[in-house]
Design a protein around this ligand. Structure first.
Ligand code: MN
Length: 302
């Protein structure tokens, strides 16, 4: 246990040992790691901040579900090396694999977005071509490398696309508004579904959700990764790499509710919350709310 890890558990859930993980259990794992954050580091403090923020919310979600009816188990924070990306990712992947083997749902509290590479490695190995990914992010994270690190938080989707079992047509990026020239070139031969934040704004949420529902129908199982910077910095000032022009918290919740209702949710993460740059816990509170509302859609039967 290090100084930035938390001893609290999410949403008043119990803390259990791994051996008690079973079918349909929602397994929360804190991943205090920000070893690839170059601009604003500090997301290693996020698991603790999100857990604390989650305590104030009612167990009844906005769609009337009761979180107390779910079997939520908080496995605590992983102990991770902060300057060795590969080793840290290996530890994350092993933990997620263990959760999947026990037919439980992994829910990760990042950490920088790089941890999602490790999570999806485990999912792709377990579910093969059945897994679809909804990628909520201000950025495309499609760079080949970032500051000479191929497993950086700016390269997450690029690494995911290289994994065996991952099909491009089963991936949708939602809410992005930043594309680098290198990424633009890469996209010329890609078949990922893309919905920019501007497109969502122009269409309106209702019409966008109709479109998204059509996409979700083609997916057998869904993993949702939420980079908190998908929200506008006004709604999430404390993120690792803010980009103006984003979604409101209400829009994001609407999108996540639609995903929860229309798909078979298999796991999720919320990443890039950066407490040292947060004000009045706005970002931690948004992340906690997003997490609890989305978690309510996990089915008790795996
Ligand atoms: Mn990202």
């Amino acid at each position: 246990m290090n100084f930035f890890s938390s001893t609290e558990t999410i949403g008043r859930s119990k803390k259990k040992e791994g051996e008690k993980l079973g079918k349909g259990v929602v397994a929360v794992i804190g991943v205090p790691f920000d070893g690839t954050s170059i601009y604003r580091s500090g997301s290693r403090f996020a698991p603790s901040a999100i857990r604390k923020a989650a305590k104030i919310f009612s167990p009844l979600t906005s769609s009337g579900k009761n979180l107390h009816e779910l079997d939520i188990v908080d496995l605590g924070d992983l102990d991770l090396p902060q300057t060795d990306v590969k080793s840290a990712h290996e530890i994350v992947r092993n933990r997620v694999s263990e959760v999947l083997t026990r037919n439980a749902y992994p829910v990760l509290l990042g950490g920088d977005h790089s941890i999602t590479i490790a999570v999806v490695k485990a999912l792709a190995h377990f579910f093969k071509e059945e897994i679809g990914i909804i990628y909520l992010d201000a950025h495309l994270d499609l760079l080949e490398d970032w500051f000479m690190e191929r497993n950086s938080h700016a390269c997450v989707l690029r690494r995911i696309l290289e994994l065996e079992g991952i099909l491009q047509e089963n991936i949708a990026v939602i809410g992005y508004r930043s594309v680098s020239p290198q990424e633009k070139e890469f996209l010329e031969n890609a078949s990922i579904k893309l919905y920019s934040s501007y497109e969502i704004f122009e269409k309106g949420l209702k019409e966008f959700l109709l479109d998204l529902t059509g996409f979700l129908k083609g997916l057998k199982r869904v993993y949702v990764t939420v980079d908190v910077d998908v929200l506008d910095p006004a709604y999430a000032p404390g993120s690792g790499y803010p980009e103006p022009g984003g979604l409101t918290t209400r829009e994001l919740l609407g999108i996540l509710h639609a995903i929860g209702r229309k798909s078979r949710l298999q796991g999720m993460d919320i990443v890039e919350v950066c407490p040292p740059f947060d004000h009045s816990n706005i970002t931690s509170l948004a992340a906690a709310k997003i997490l609890l509302e989305t978690m309510s859609y996990f089915k008790p039967i795996f």
